[in-house]
Structures are given as C-alpha cells and as structure tokens.
Ligand binder design. Structure first.
Ligand SMILES: CC(=O)N[C@H]1[C@@H](OP(=O)(O)OP(=O)(O)OC[C@H]2O[C@@H](n3ccc(=O)[nH]c3=O)[C@H](O)[C@@H]2O)O[C@H](CO)[C@@H](O)[C@@H]1O
Ligand SMILES: C=C(OP(=O)(O)O)C(=O)O
Length: 429
C-alpha cells in the first residue's frame, strides 16, 4: 500500500483549488437510481470512493460516461459524470462492494422507492464507531416497507410502493436524512422528516432532487417536507464545494504559517470551524474567489472545541484541529460527540511528540513547542490527513503509511500541497 513522505518546516503559500465535496457527490450519484433519464453531475472529485460507487451503481444497471478534459482545464478540475439508470437490472447491493464504504448503503432508499424492493449488505466505511443503521430501518418501515435482516443483508420490500409518513430521527443522521429524503420523493403522499440533518450536503442533494422534479421544502432546517411524485426526470447539477477539504487546508496553513487562497471554497459552509480558526490566530477572509487564510509567525492560541451536527464544529475536522492544537501555546480540550471511537489519530500524533490525554469523549491537548517527524499509520480518512498536516509542521521526515483511506477523500493532495511549497511525495509500494 502507498505511503506519503512529508518533510516538514516549509510555510504554505499559493493557491489551492477546492474540489467538489465527496460527501455530496456520493448521495448525488445514488440519486441517479431514481430516474430512467440521465443525471449529469459536474465538479465531481476524482476519488477512490467515487470510483467504488460507480462500480456499485453499474452493478444495479446504471450506465455512465465521464466527459473528457476540456481545453484550458488543468488536472485539478473536477470531472463531469453522466449517469443513466434506464433499467435497474439488480436490486441487490453485495457485501463485497458495500463493505468498503458507508455511503453505498444509501442505495437502499432509491432502490425500494423505484423498484419496491432492495437487498443491501450492511455497510463498511471509516471505523470510527459502531455506526448502526437502525434509523434507516425505522424510517423505511414508517414509509410502509417490510424489513428483515438476512445473513448480513437488509432486505426491504414495499410491494405496493412506499407511502409518505412522519419520520422522526432520535438523533441527527446525515445518511438517514439523505436516504429517507430520496425514498420519499417517489412515495405516495407527504413525508415529514423531523430532526433532519441540516448539513450543506443534504441541501445540495435536495437542490438536485428538485431539479429532477422532486417536491421538497425545508432542506437546511430540521424539518424537511417531501410531496411524493410519480416519477423524476434527468437534470444537471454541479457538486457543492468540499467544506471539509477547505477546513483541512485552512488548518494546515494555520499550523505551518503562510498565505493561501482556497479557490472556490465557500466560507458560509463552515462558519463555526473558520471562527474557531480565527480564535487560534489565523486570519481568514472570505472573498469572491474563495477563502484566504493567512498566519504569520506568531504563536497558535489554544481553543476548546466540541463537535456537533451542522452548523456546529464538524466531526470530520476534529482530527485536523487536534493536529493544530498539538503546537498551541497552552492546553485545549477537544470533545467528540458524534462518533464514540474517533480518536485513533491520538496515538499516532503522539509518535511525533504530541502530548494528548483522553478521558472518555474528551481529549486534552497540551501544546508542545516542536513536533519531530516519525513513521505513523493512517487509520481512518480524516485521521490520515491530520497526520499529514502534523508532518508538514514537524521537524524532519514523517512517513504516513497505509494511505488507503486518504485516497478515498482527498483529491490530489500531494499535488495541491506541493504547488504551495510543501515537501511531500507519494511512495508507491
Ligand atoms: C459519506 C458521508 O457523508 N459521511 C459523513 C456522514 O456519515 P454518516 O451519515 O454515516 O453519519 P451519521 O450522521 O449518520 O451519524 C451520526 C451519528 O448517528 C448514529 N447513527 C446513524 C444512523 C443510524 O441508523 N443509527 C445511528 O445511531 C451514528 O452512529 C453516529 O453516531 O456524516 C458524518 C457526521 O457528520 C460524517 O462524519 C461522515 O463523513
Ligand atoms: C467518515 C467519513 O466517511 P464515511 O462516512 O464514508 O466513512 C468521512 O468522510 O470523514
């Protein structure tokens, strides 16, 4: 498996183009199952998860093509996918494919909505907690589906089609909101989702579904209402900018120092994270072109953070923020409330000299003056990139091993950072 070698110490200066969001692209691609016409998605990032999902969708009968590169486009521009599910040939999503990524489980919603049946393996994804699927099952059952678990598969049947209903989630779930919202677009009557996720990726999916003819209101609030329609049609939709990639590079600059324009980033999608970064001493300016991040040689202030559903501080930036805090001038407390096992980066950051103590859901980070490069192991996606960021700010060489997860979610990371002066390279084994 590939490794990433980082030699720390350089400031980051220049422009980093921000890709389309992985966590929006995946549900948008899945939405193609809802119509027999073509869904065209532009600004799709080139990522392992996108390729993996293409394989899963192909298995259901989705034909796809990728538009070629246009004149003047550089290698960092997003791709355009045309997805056509003229006929669904298989309503089973097999273990071999679904076990590799969490989002692939979400095909259950469109499949049962359109085909009235689905057989989907229980999912995989980042190992950051138990990640059950009870909200999906209860939600689909509320829409009138019969559900059984058979040999690791969730088998869903709704012979007469789904029927609109009130679905209240016990806690906020991004994936369950995506799935029930997609399922409800083709159900008969009205569905009300209560305690819905308000994440920008949910809003982006709703925008695309509406362009396909769905009747949805309330996206971006905690109550979403969907009026079912008999069929959806083709549409064109551009994937929203990746707020987690934006926050990740902003934290890298806050840690190494320098001046970087995050081109195409949208500050309104990560206000709480950017405000936290300002408190650490970074200067952040939203411009028409993106988000500019600047930090001079002054120290990093310690700031306490608690992860929360949107609009709170995102769990997907927790590891990166912890990396930043390892070099703060004092102690900070980082509390993880979304996933019960999302501190796997702690022991790896410790290899670089970080001082971190975990007590339940809270990590106390005592900032140290210097981090020193070391070999480390990438565990989950965001943990992996937190090690890269720490390596950029450490003295000497850091070898981040087992970067499989990194390729799931960060498009051309080495190229983007190299362009800004980082010493970083991929070592293929
Ligand atoms: C591909 C994608 O978009 N992944 C994101 C999505 O994951 P994902 O959609 O899997 O995360 P959820 O929002 O569903 O999870 C939130 C919490 O709800 C729990 N839960 C969820 C469903 C369920 O049926 N039962 C249950 O108990 C989860 O275990 C977790 O503790 O949102 C997370 C929270 O912002 C992000 O970290 C992930 O990057
Ligand atoms: C946890 C993540 O991905 P997944 O939900 O696919 O595991 C993530 O994007 O940080």
């Amino acid at each position: 498996m590939d490794s990433i070698r980082v030699v720390g110490g350089a400031e980051l200066n220049g422009v980093i183009p921000i890709s389309g969001a992985k966590n929006a692209a995946l549900p948008l691609m899945i939405a193609s199952l809802l119509t027999d016409e073509t869904l065209t998605l532009s600004n799709v990032p080139r990522l392992r998860d996108v390729a993996q999902l293409m394989q899963i969708l192909s298995n259901h009968g989705v034909d796809y093509s990728v538009n070629g590169k246009r004149n003047g486009q550089d290698g960092l521009a997003g791709q355009t996918l045309n997805l056509t599910a003229r006929e669904i040939v298989d309503t089973t999503a097999p273990y071999e494919l679904v076990s590799k990524m969490r989002a692939s489980f979400w095909v259950v919603g469109p499949l049962v909505a359109r085909m009235h049946e689905a057989r989907v393996s229980l999912p995989g994804g980042c190992a950051i907690g138990t990640r059950p699927v009870d909200f999906f099952i209860d939600g689909l059952a509320a829409l009138g589906a019969d559900i059984e678990i058979e040999a690791g598969y969730v088998v869903v049947r709704a012979p007469g089609g789904l029927k609109g209903a009130r679905v209240e989630f016990p806690r906020v779930s991004v994936g369950a909101t995506h799935t029930i919202m997609m399922a409800a677009t083709l159900a008969s009557g009205e569905t009300e989702i209560v305690n819905a996720a308000r994440e920008p990726e949910v809003v982006d999916l709703a925008k695309c579904l509406k362009a396909m003819g769905a009747r949805i209101e309330g996206e971006g609030t905690s109550t979403i209402r969907i009026q079912g329609v008999p069929r959806l049609h083709g549409a064109h939709h551009a994937v929203v900018a990746d707020r987690i990639e934006t926050g990740t590079y902003a934290m890298a600059v806050a840690m190494t120092g320098g001046d970087v324009m995050l081109q195409g980033a949208r500050a309104d999608l990560l206000e709480s994270a950017l405000e936290t970064l300002r408190q650490t001493g970074a200067e952040i300016t939203a411009t028409a072109d993106g988000v500019k991040v600047y930090r001079n040689g002054n120290g990093i202030q310690p700031v306490d953070v608690t992860t929360e559903p949107f609009p709170g501080f995102p769990t997907d930036l927790q590891a990166q923020f912890m990396a930043l805090m390892t070099k703060a001038g004092g102690s900070s407390r980082i509390t993880e409330t979304i996933f019960e096992n999302r501190f796997m980066h702690v022991q790896e950051l410790a290899r670089l000299g970080a001082q971190i103590h975990i007590d339940g859901r809270t990590a106390t980070v005592d900032g140290v003056g210097t981090l020193r490069g070391a070999p480390v192991m990438a565990t989950d996606l965001r943990a992996s990139v937190s090690l890269v960021i720490a390596g950029l700010a450490a003295e000497g060489e850091t070898m981040v091993n087992r970067v499989y997860h990194l390729d799931r979610g960060f498009e051309r990371l080495e190229e983007k950072l190299t362009r800004c002066g980082a010493q970083i390279e991929r070592i293929s084994n």
